[in-house]
Design a protein around this ligand. Structure first.
Ligand SMILES: [Zn+2]
Length: 109
């Protein structure tokens, strides 16, 4: 199932109101969120699974729904990165991981 990052900003005096709204709407979502409030970044982030972007947004109460940024995200494995054409042709960090390739890169300069 697709995964979405929910990003919900709020004003510095809205922290409690946001949390109460979330608690009242969907108790399980409270535990999914991480908040930057204590570091003066008044944003909440949560990773959720949903069928589509609209369904992901509907996991939020009305108060948060309108201002939330919903982004479909995916992870990429190290193997997938090294399989990328660009990474194979020009990546110096990759060559550090492969002793044989280091000599090749050095020879090419
Ligand atoms: Zn806050």
């Amino acid at each position: 199932m697709p995964r979405y990052l929910l990003e919900v900003p709020h004003a510095s005096d809205e922290c409690a109101r946001e949390l109460e709204s979330l608690l009242n709407y969907n108790r399980e979502m409270v535990a999914k969120f991480e908040w930057g409030c204590d570091d003066a970044t008044h944003v909440g982030w949560a990773m959720v699974e949903a069928d589509d972007k609209t369904s992901a947004r509907m996991l939020l109460p009305m108060l948060l729904r309108g201002k939330a940024k919903v982004v479909r995200v995916q992870s990429v494995s190290a193997e997938e990165v090294t399989a990328l054409p660009q990474a194979a042709s020009e990546s110096a960090p990759r060559s550090v991981l492969e002793p044989g390739a280091t000599r090749h890169v050095r020879d090419s300069y």
